[in-house]
Design a protein around this ligand. Sequence first.
Ligand code: HEC
Length: 134
Amino acid sequence: MEQRMKSFFSNAFAIAVLLCSAGLLADPRSVNDGVYTKEQAKIGEALYTQHCLLCHDKKYFRPVLERWQGQPIGVMFTVMSASMPESNPGFLSEKEYADILAYILSLSRYAAGDSELDYRDGVLDEIMVEARKK
Ligand code: HEC
């Protein structure tokens, strides 16, 4: 009996650790939580002007972000970095795509914050796209 209790607890513990590391117990964040910096959006703006403006004016992304609502921004990042610019897919570095994404968020007037939008460690998969909170 005692042995079974022990293994019950160690299993429960292992499952809790798994859930935590999968981020399932972490606080869900969204694009409303200040997930990029103003400086990053500035860098993104220059890259955007050089590589994206030709085909996408500044109004293009607002409806795009609306369509992505309810999904992690990491999915949009993956699509964008794999397929854009259409004339030269994947041309930019991941850091540069993240900077452009920061600029795209600023265009839709999501608030900036204290830390940069980071493309590493699956962080983008834990940030949900949602309607801007006023
Ligand atoms: C040569 C033209 C061209 C350039 C340059 C270009 N795009 Fe695109 N982009 C397109 C086309 C065409 C589509 C698909 C049709 C549409 O939705 O307008 C598209 C679609 C997209 C989408 C998907 C929209 C959705 O529905 O989810 C995103 C995001 C995007 N582009 C971002 C970028 C970014 C960021 C850059 C610069 C790094 C860029 N594009 C440069 C032509 C271009």
